[in-house]
Design a protein around this ligand. Structure first.
Ligand code: IMO
Ligand code: MG
Length: 435
């Protein structure tokens, strides 16, 4: 009983959606604490692929309550589309989706500022998802953001929007030579949104703390990953929030002593979308091979993901920053046909060994990964359901990752379906039935 946090241990897209869906079978509440529609969480049920951007993947389990915390930035258009999409799939979110009244809203000018700034940066661009995430968090910290509570009072909303938009329009015109925002349309749209969202809005901190007191099982879901963390990632090539475990408390209004475990999700290799350092990146040709094998295209933007070997320096960083209790290893089956598989154990930079992920961007870019090479298993693992039945070389690969990171691997995922899951250690998930 208590709160468990699931975080991405790499650069996002580790398969958090599938694991949250699996684990949420056993939990009462799933809550998200940061990010916004930059996330793309894919869950495969039967033959159907469902991609969620803002609503936690727990919504696919009919008895689970899903929460969007104050730390999330919400895009009303994406949220309403997602609610409608789920309704079409026969999933009613009424009474099961709760949204914090303290959450900030992504506004149309955030989108424009995000894309205009990226365009203006040229080769130095971050490669954002273009969803307005950075500018929305900038306004939050600049104390000019619009929160859900602001929708309650139309006069306050209109006044804040007029002030904000007057300023943004100047920036859009004079710095980016971009189109102007129509303030009256924005006010109208967000008043309409208030009616639609009203039934979901609540004080999430009060709700969650009461649930903790009652001994409910709560799963907290991070978006993005450790290496995209604004403080501990590859700054400035990061997202504008704290996807690491520490962000969960501030993003939901719960205290650190309520956290029971933190589970890191890591792919059996590494991927990243967008620009920035990635020490173990493959050459373009091999990247292409793995991208095809693993279907490595962004769930939100469709962009091809950069691919590379598993990086134990990155994983140790994730273990430390998040105090991970265990790891889940996903997409192991993507490596099934490779004769040799490498793991980066440390970096070399100017004749020095680096064991802890460095903060300097130039060192991150120039560090040379030191690899150890493991023989592949050269057979399909997709239909294996027990660790003991895995090929010896696959078992050895997994054990080596446990050694290098110092944490156990509880679950191994060998395909996108719910049943393609191997539970190795503790009973984090019930062994799923074929469905
Ligand atoms: P999930 O939750 C992978 C990346 C973007 C870019 C950087 C900043 O699906 O794992 P932003 O739009 O957040 O300002 O972009 O972060 N990024 C992600 N990469 N998975 C994600 O989410 C991501 N969300 C943002 O590509 O490099
Ligand atoms: Mg994703």
């Amino acid at each position: 009983m208590g709160v468990k946090i699931i975080v991405g241990a790499q650069w996002g897209d580790e398969g958090k959606g599938k694991i949250v869906d699996l684990v949420s079978e056993k939990v009462d509440i799933v809550a998200r604490y940061q990010g916004g529609p930059n996330a793309g969480h894919t869950v495969v049920i039967g033959d159907e692929q469902i991609i969620l951007h803002q609503i936690p993947s727990g919504i696919l389990r009919e008895n689970t309550i899903c929460i969007i915390g104050n730390g999330v930035v919400i895009d009303p258009v994406v949220l309403m589309q997602e609610i409608d999409f789920l309704k079409q799939k026969g999933i009613d979110v009424t009474g099961r989706l709760l949204i914090s009244h303290r959450a900030h809203l992504i506004m149309p000018y955030h989108h424009l500022l995000d894309s205009s700034r990226e365009e203006a940066q040229g080769v130095d661009k971050i490669g954002t998802t273009g969803r307005g995430i950075g500018p929305a968090y900038v306004d939050k910290y600049n104390r000019s953001g619009i929160r859900i509570v602001d929708l309650l009072d139309r006069d306050v909303l209109s006044e804040k929007l007029r002030k904000n938009i007057a300023e943004k329009n100047k920036v859009l015109e004079r710095i980016y030579h971009a189109v102007q925002i129509d303030v009256d349309k924005v006010i109208q749209d967000y008043i309409e949104f208030d009616h639609l969202i009203d039934e979901y809005v609540t004080d999430v901190s009060v709700y969650l703390n009461e649930a903790i007191r009652q001994g409910k099982e709560i799963l907290v879901e991070g978006a993005q990953g450790t290496m995209l963390d604004i403080d501990f990632g590859t700054y400035p090539f990061v997202t504008s929030s704290n996807p690491t475990a520490g962000g969960a408390c501030c993003g939901l209004g719960i205290g650190p002593t309520s956290i029971e475990a933190v589970i890191g999700i890591a792919k059996a290799y590494t991927t990243r979308v967008g620009m920035g350092p990635m020490p173990t990146e493959f050459d373009p040709e091999f990247s292409q091979t793995i991208r095809q094998l693993g279907g490595e295209f962004g769930a939100t933007t469709g962009r091809p993901r950069r691919c590379g070997w598993l990086d134990a320096v990155v994983l140790r960083h994730a273990v430390r920053i998040n105090t991970l209790s265990s790891l889940v290893l996903t997409k192991l089956d993507v490596l099934d046909t490779l004769p040799e598989i490498k793991i980066c154990t440390e970096y070399r930079y100017k004749n020095k060994t680096i064991k802890n992920y460095p903060a300097e961007i130039n060192i991150q870019e120039q560090a040379v990964p030191i690899y150890e090479t493991h023989p592949g298993w050269m057979q399909s693992t997709q239909n294996i359901r027990a660790f003991e039945e895995m090929p010896a070389n696959a078992q050895a690969y997994i054990r080596r990752i446990e050694e290098l990171t110092g944490v156990p691997i509880d679950i191994i995922s060998v395909g996108s379906r719910r049943d393609q899951t191997i539970r190795k250690n503790r009973s984090l998930v019930r062994q799923p039935d074929q469905r």
